[in-house]
Ligand binder design. Structure first.
Ligand SMILES: CC(C)(COP(=O)(O)OP(=O)(O)OC[C@H]1O[C@@H](n2cnc3c(N)ncnc32)[C@H](O)[C@@H]1OP(=O)(O)O)[C@@H](O)C(=O)NCCC(=O)NCCS
Length: 172
């Protein structure tokens, strides 16, 4: 049961699909600090910060439909000392969870990091987000911090886990 995904840089035309996949994760209450669906308009600025050469946003298509995305954003507001550090976010459409799509896409982005000049990836997620915790463990992320009970999601206090992955720089 192999995956046949076409992975490419996202374009502005993909933003509605990217936002839709993001919104699918909100009701579960274990993925994002947003508690209500976001609009495409509200994500224009977020989308504009991506850059295929340094901080890509990729979409994964299956049979011509976007079913997942992975993106890198600059860490700590992009201050210069963090130039080689990026935060990674991975979202898979709910109907396609647990098929290995998230693992495949995140691994592909990790492999690409040397070409982006990224040597440290940061993953931040709620401490009850078991899927991301397991995915990160498979990919070699190391737990680096836990901020207990700093969010309230659906009335429950949730903590934030921070994990790091070190990536050898490109040679030459
Ligand atoms: C996190 C997410 C990207 C994982 O994608 P996925 O394609 O469903 O995951 P995979 O099929 O590649 O599985 C990766 C690992 O997570 C585990 N996993 C996946 N969903 C799980 C779940 N609901 N509960 C427990 N473990 C789960 C898998 O078993 C696998 O671990 P294993 O190899 O040790 O068995 C997906 O659940 C998602 O989009 N969630 C909403 C968005 C989110 O939370 N993003 C992270 C914040 S940036």
């Amino acid at each position: 049961m192999g995956l046949d995904l076409h992975v490419r840089d996202a374009t502005r035309a993909d933003l509605p699909a990217v936002v839709d996949i993001y919104n699918q994760s909100i009701p579960g209450g274990w993925s994002t600090a947003d508690t209500a669906p976001v609009s495409v308009e509200s994500r224009e600025g977020w989308f504009a910060q991506f850059d295929p050469a340094r901080r890509p946003l990729w979409v994964a298509e299956e049979d011509g439909r976007i079913i997942a995305w992975v993106g890198l954003t600059s860490f700590y507001a992009g201050r210069p000392a963090y130039a080689a550090t990026a935060e990674v976010s991975t979202y898979v459409a709910t109907a396609h969870h647990r098929r290995g799509v998230g693992l495949f896409l995140k691994r592909r982005m990790i492999e690409h990091c040397p070409r982006l000049g990224v040597t440290t990836l940061v993953s931040m997620h709620f401490d009850h987000n078991e899927a991301t915790r397991r995915m990160n463990a498979r990919l070699g992320f190391e737990p680096a911090g836990h901020l207990p009970e700093i969010a309230v999601v659906g009335g429950a206090r949730r903590g934030l886990l921070i994990s790091l992955l070190r990536i050898p720089p490109a040679e030459g």
